[in-house]
Design a protein around this ligand. Structure first.
Ligand SMILES: Nc1nc2c(ncn2[C@@H]2O[C@H](COP(=O)(O)OP(=O)(O)O)[C@@H](O)[C@H]2O)c(=O)[nH]1
Ligand SMILES: [Mg+2]
Length: 642
């Protein structure tokens, strides 16, 4: 059975609540104070089943809103999830301020359909009714309620006149409204929280996407708390499941009423993120004042409400009637997705000034600093208007070589998992349009150009390493990854690609240029090994270099070259003209000095000789080396250990 949500809109006392009651038999003024004062303060709910002309049943959930200007914020909490609006205008009063404000809000929220209802038809004569109708036709022309395609129905909730016509129009309109996406992940903006005896915590709201059933786990935003669904009710009756477009009550385990409130959102766990920055397309109403950069406003989206700062992408101010991209920086984190609608109200005095649609709920922080405003606006235009393929390609492209993990795409776009999977695989396929082509590296998507750039960077990092470390066969994988700052999955994918291209080789944990492994001839490698071994074994009592070189399996010229390279790579360190040490021996010496310092801050030559167990021949050059290295400082005949 198709379910849609119908909202009322219109000035106070124009008969909205009476109309809902006449249609459904339900008094939506549920608060004691509302009944006592006879005015609607908060949103109220009712429901009705209708048969369409060809026999299909339709389920209508009603959200009745307050008309008083002081309660517009409550009206906004109710109107966010509606599919169809009943714009209510009393025959004896005609268009009044909140008729206009509520109508503007519906337009800004892109409510898809509506019916204009002239109420209290019993209180005026025919001529007056005609005048009101003309006034309305004029007012609505060109809007989504244009009389050319949206009916205007006159009724009396008192006598019942016109109600059957209205029900017929409601059924017609409901049939034409596209069903909400019940295959997407569920989202339910909370509008009421209360306890029910024997049940515990209950929340209600309009399920704007997806399906919820008993035992489902949900995440509460922005708190991140996890809750479990103990029971589901739709339109006041226990149900197996609730689907998008239904007024839904959920009995929850895992949160008390104090931990939940109107404005929070329930959604699939572990997928979505809250945000403090929203890139949006904003339209200002004709009556709004120019909106300055950094102006503070009230942001309303679904049932949530927070203060936001408007950051303009171009110019010092936005003019009335203009539409453009801006960034909203919100005080309290919100969970919104691209395509979600919002309303802005002036900070003070609080009047509705505009609204629009979220384009990007997770903009890159660095984008504003790095990119020219035209570039950001160009990207936002694409995200707003582009095909799914273009949108996904753009979202991946902007992440550069960091890529976009597949698991983050649902949270960033709000698309159903199957759509994300299909779009991603279309773009990874060889048949993808070249400009949109993506590469998949583990669970991460990269644009083709970022992947190529990553490969070029890796090649040059390896080649650079070889240039600087002639005697080392390759660079460690982790060292290379840290140098490049690639995420692990991207690193593995790029490396794998370059190995398959025969540009790099992997030997154990080492990466090297292909062919590099045999670059050093066997006897040279052996000579290098012999030299290093000789110096490592000698510790501080190093052999004379010429003795070591005499015992090598290579000629003197090549032996000299190898030593030069070992010195350059600081494998060996020259301490004086005659003395060369292995770097590990010098490290050990520093360690010994540090340990000695615990005993005494000063050391003389004799003590130093004993400490290192060597003669003057070694001790003096080593002390001078330590002075140069600022490990010690000469003071008279002694050294101060620094
Ligand atoms: N005569 C007449 N009175 C109506 C009609 N509809 C509502 N009223 C009265 O108008 C007043 C305001 O109605 P209400 O539904 O509370 O208006 P709301 O503020 O728009 O919800 C109440 O006293 C209703 O009894 C109608 O069709 N005919
Ligand atoms: Mg009312």
């Amino acid at each position: 059975m198709k379910s849609i949500i119908v909202g009322t809109a219109g000035h106070i006392d124009h008969g909205k609540t009476a109309l809902v009651k006449a249609l459904t038999g339900i008094d939506a003024d549920r608060l004691e104070e509302e009944k006592r004062r006879g005015i609607t303060i908060d949103i109220g709910f009712a429901h009705l089943e209708l048969k369409a002309e060809h026999g299909d049943s339709l389920r209508l959930g009603f959200v009745d809103v307050p008309g008083h200007e002081r309660f517009v914020r409550n009206m906004l909490a109710g109107v966010g999830g509606i599919d169809l609006v009943l714009l209510v205008v009393a025959a004896d009063e005609g268009i009044k301020p909140q008729t206009v404000e509520h109508f503007d809000i519906c337009r800004l929220l892109a409510v898809r359909r509506g019916i204009t209802v002239i109420t209290k038809a019993d209180t005026v004569d025919r001529d007056t009714l005609d005048v009101v109708r003309l006034e309305l036709e004029e007012f609505l022309r060109g809007s989504f309620l244009d009389p050319a395609h949206s009916p205007i129905v006159a009724v009396s909730s008192l006598t019942g006149h016109g109600l059957e016509d209205l029900k017929r129009e409601l059924a017609n309109a409901a049939l034409e409204i596209p069903a909400r996406d019940s295959a997407a992940l569920p989202r339910l903006p909370i509008d009421r929280v209360f306890t029910m005896k024997g049940f515990g915590t209950v929340v209600t709201g309009t399920l704007i996407a997806g399906t919820v059933k008993r035992d489902d786990e949900l995440e509460v935003f922005p708190s991140g708390r996890r809750v479990r669904v103990r029971g589901v009710q739709v339109h006041g009756q226990a149900a197996e499941l609730a689907i998008a477009g239904q007024r839904t009550a959920l009995n929850l385990i895992g949160a008390s009423t104090e931990e939940l409130a109107r404005g929070m959102t329930l959604a699939s766990p572990g997928v979505f993120r809250t945000t403090r920055r929203l890139d949006v397309s904003l339209s200002l109403l004709p009556a709004a004042r120019p909106l300055r950069d950094r102006a503070r406003v009230h942001l309303h989206a679904y049932t949530s409400e927070t203060v936001a700062t408007v950051v303009l992408y171009s110019g010092p101010a936005m003019q009335p009637k203009e539409t453009g991209f801006v960034q909203l920086r919100v005080e309290d984190p919100v969970m919104l997705l691209p395509g979600d609608r919002f309303i802005l109200r002036q900070f003070s005095p609080v009047v509705t000034i505009g609204g629009g649609v979220v384009v990007d709920a997770l903009p890159l922080k660095s984008a504003r600093r790095k990119a020219a405003p035209e570039k950001i606006v160009g990207l936002l235009d694409l995200l707003r208007q582009g095909s799914r393929e273009q949108v996904l390609a753009a979202r991946v492209q902007r992440r550069g070589v960091q890529g976009l993990p597949l698991t983050e795409i649902i949270g960033e776009t709000g698309w159903a998992p199957a759509i994300v999977a299909a779009t991603a695989s279309a773009l990874v396929s060889p048949k993808a349009p070249p400009a949109l082509k993506l590469v998949r590296s583990g669970g991460v998507l990269l644009s083709h150009s970022s992947f190529e750039r990553g490969a070029a960077d890796m090649l040059s990092a390896v080649s650079d390493f070889h240039d600087k470390n002639r005697l080392v066969e390759g660079i460690g994988k982790e060292t290379l990854r840290e140098k490049l700052q690639f995420p692990p999955e991207v690193f593995a994918g790029v490396l794998d690609h370059l190995v398959r291209q025969k540009q790099l080789e992997v030997a154990g944990e080492q990466v090297r240029e292909a062919g590099r492994g045999v670059a050093m001839k066997d006897d040279e490698a052996k000579a290098k090994e012999t030299i290093e071994q000789a110096f490592v074994a000698a510790g501080l009592r190093v052999p004379a270099l010429k003795d070591v070189m005499a015992g090598l399996p290579v000629d003197k010229m090549r032996a000299t070259k190898i030593v030069t390279l070992l010195l350059r790579d600081r494998v060996l360190v020259k301490v004086s003209d005659e003395l060369v040490f292995h770097h590990t021996a010098l490290q050990e010496l520093r360690r010994m000095m540090a340990a000695y310092k615990a005993k005494s801050a000063r050391i003389d030559v004799a003590t130093f000789k004993d400490l290192i167990g060597q003669t003057r021949k070694y001790a003096i050059p080593l002390l001078e080396y330590l002075d140069r290295e600022r490990v010690t400082r000469r003071v008279g005949d002694e050294r101060l250990i620094l």
